[in-house]
Design a protein around this ligand. Structure first.
Ligand code: WT7
Length: 648
């Protein structure tokens, strides 16, 4: 029986679901926990292995040496392409929804295979070998998918950098991963606007001598600077190579990719994922959590520059032989009906997006949604940040016409795939809750102060995971010590997620947001320290402190407190120049929403900035600022509050 406060599953979904009811979920979940070895070896059979692994999981969180399917041999691209050719050669692997509304290109498995093979041969000719890192800085075009899969075919390690990152960010990532080759485009197109990717790349690599090759895809007709002997036109080069290429045999634990993500301290870290476990997990979760079936048209709006795009635009869907939509544009171009138009045009059955997009689209009202036929939809997913219950209901009632099951999927770059989620057709849902753990996942809530586990229901604390799952990141590239320090030291023996979490009376999980110094802005992760150090590059800034505050659309907005060397009134030009330095150092999406120029910050007597107070002020919580008696100058708080009231 479904308790009253839950949304029952939809019968249209139930009939298709792989699992028949909650008992089946519970039975399978228990099996996955009691016998992870048997469970995951069974799941690994969904892949084609050159040598099937003898063991599933090994290692633990005390030694931080977890590994999966060690000794198993496979090739990731073989699993995403070659093995489908006999049965699905003429099936669309990708439907590219171009930036221009109404323009689509279907690309079959055979065609993707041939393009990937040509590129594999080209990369090999350029000297790329197994284990080498390849930087991919491309917009959402088919060549992005080809590049990723060509690397995997060679056993090379890709590092995709989201096209919204600046030259500085790109440079840092190329240096950290020591990429000898960069694949980019002359320009990107997003919402009708051009992004000068090649110029940014030129800027990023001008002082790096080890980048020997830049491959340039022409997405537009723009002519760009080409450096003789270093830069090559993708289309011209690719023609020289055969549409067939052997694939490397890699170990399950050989690296597949590095993906940079922000933490609470220091530079972004290169989260490293390996091959066999990652692909097993991406494919298995994609099948169960989206209830994927052969004739589905699957539309995940994420950019491949983020982990959602890796696992749920490329690897999971293609390993399952699915048709995956590759969406180049933005949700508001040419208007707020864009997603719904794509769903109508392509008859999408599964749709996966972020709460921030839904929040902004809901503002345009229901009419523009209803204008388009959404009757093909069966399952709706969200990811990236907590979803407010009102928006969840809007998604459910308006977008899904109360016919579709919603899966609110919680996971992270580091987890490789979804960890907490409903199973459509099976798990009764509650708006705003990611509900229950996926198979093999053991969430744990601990008291933040002492790491003690809080058992039972109706509890809250820091979210940890007790033991490994196949999709988990194995290390931070070239910095295992930091990996250990960041995730496994706070609460020894556990993986610490950085999120706060509540487990309600029914045992359902509610993610409450980051409890470290990481901001989740429109589903993009940013470290406060990272934004602060960008701000410090501004010649007039002497001190900066960045906090998050609740933002209607972005979920979390960025409030930057800055102290100038010489006090000046806040003018529009000054504020823009401060935002610009963050745009330049990180990327446009990282620009603070509020620049709060002030004369002093609340500090303890030992000189530590009291962020708790800054967060409260930024969130308009002027009362209850707590004990300010330990401040070195108590007057600063009143001053900040007065200034904040005047800010727009
Ligand atoms: C952080 C991870 C995983 C792909 C996109 C983001 C937040 C993610 C949810 C959700 C509440 C969520 C967490 C997490 N988050 N999904 N369904 N409900 N919060 O990946 O950039 O690595 O960020 O996103 O705070 O720690 P990421």
């Amino acid at each position: 029986m479904t308790p009253e406060n839950m949304y029952p599953v939809k019968s249209a979904v139930k009939t298709k679901s792989y699992l028949k009811g909650m008992e089946a979920y519970q039975e399978m979940y228990e099996r996955s926990i009691k016998d992870p070895e048997g469970f995951w070896l069974e799941a690994a059979k969904n892949l084609d292995w050159f040598k099937f692994p003898e063991k599933a999981g090994q290692g633990d969180f005390k030694r931080v040496n977890h590994s999966w399917f060690m000794g198993g041999k496979l090739n990731v691209t073989y699993n995403c392409l070659d093995r489908h050719l006999a049965k699905r050669g003429n099936k669309s692997a990708l439907i590219w929804a171009k930036d221009e509304p109404g323009q689509y290109q279907n690309i079959t498995y055979q065609e993707v295979y041939e393009n990937v093979c040509r590129l594999t041969n080209l990369l090999e000719a350029q000297g790329v070998k197994k284990g080498d890192r390849v930087c991919i800085y491309l917009p959402m075009i088919p060549e992005l998918v080809y590049s990723v899969l060509a690397c995997a075919r060679l056993g090379a390690v890709h590092s995709v950098v989201f096209g919204g990152f600046s030259a500085d960010s790109l440079k840092g990532r190329i240096i950290d991963a020591e990429c000898k080759i960069v694949i980019t485009a002359n320009e990107g197109l997003r919402g009708g606007k051009k992004v000068p990717l090649k110029n940014i790349t030129d800027d990023a690599i001008k002082d790096i001598d080890f980048v020997k090759t830049v491959l340039v895809v022409n997405r537009t007709s723009a002519q760009v600077n080409m450096v003789e002997g270093r830069d090559y036109n993708y289309e011209e080069e690719i023609k020289k190579y055969r549409p067939v290429a052997p694939c490397a045999t890699v170990d399950a634990e050989d690296p597949l990719f590095i993906l940079y993500t922000s933490g609470s301290t220091g530079k972004p870290k290169g989260v490293m994922h390996t091959s066999g476990g990652y692909l097993t997990y991406a494919a298995f979760t994609h099948r169960y959590i989206f209830d994927y079936h052969e004739d589905d048209v699957y539309f995940c709006t994420a950019d491949v520059g983020w982990v959602t795009g890796h696992s749920y635009v490329v690897y999971g869907p293609l390993a399952n032989g699915a048709t995956s939509v590759l969406f180049e544009s933005i949700p508001s171009y040419p208007d707020a009906g864009r997603y719904w138009q794509v769903i109508q045009d392509l008859k999408a059955t599964i749709f996966y997006t972020a709460p921030t997009a839904l929040r902004s689209l809901a503002q345009s009202g229901d009419e523009i949604v209803k204008k388009y036929d959404r009757s093909s939809l069966r399952i709706l997913g969200t990811v990236g940040e907590p979803i407010n219950p009102e928006i969840w209901k809007w998604y459910h009632d308006v977008v899904g016409e109360s016919r579709c099951d919603i899966v609110d999927t919680w996971w992270q770059t580091e987890t490789g795939g979804i960890l907490i989620t409903p199973i459509p057709g099976v798990t009764p849902t509650k708006p705003g809750s990611a509900t229950l753990p996926f198979f093999g996942v053991q969430p744990l809530i601990v008291k933040p102060e002492n790491g003690e586990e809080v058992k039972g229901n109706g509890v809250e604390g820091a979210l940890c995971i007790k033991s490994s799952w196949p999709g988990q990141a194995r290390t931070i590239y070239k910095d295992h010590a930091r990996f250990v320090e960041t995730y496994f030291t706070q609460y020894p023996g556990l993986y610490f997620t950085g999120d706060g979490c509540r487990r309600d009376e029914d045992g359902y999980y509610w993610i409450t947001g980051r409890i470290d110094d990481v901001l989740n802005v429109s589903g993009h992760r940013l470290g406060t320290a990272e934004v602060e150090s960008a701000l410090m590059e501004h010649p007039e800034i002497a001190e900066a402190a960045v906090v998050g505050y609740p933002h209607d659309i972005k979920g979390v907005g960025i409030h930057a407190y800055v102290i100038l060397y010489e006090h000046k009134e806040s003018t529009k030009e000054l504020v823009e120049s401060i935002k610009d330095v963050v745009r330049e150092k990180i990327g446009r999406f990282a620009a603070p929403d509020i620049i709060h120029i002030t004369k002093g910050l609340p500090k303890t007597r030992s000189g530590k900035v009291m962020r708790r107070i800054l967060r409260k002020i930024a969130s308009h919580e002027y009362g209850g600022l707590g004990d300010t008696s330990t401040l070195s100058e108590p007057g600063v708080v009143d001053n900040l509050v007065e200034e904040h009231k005047k800010l727009k």
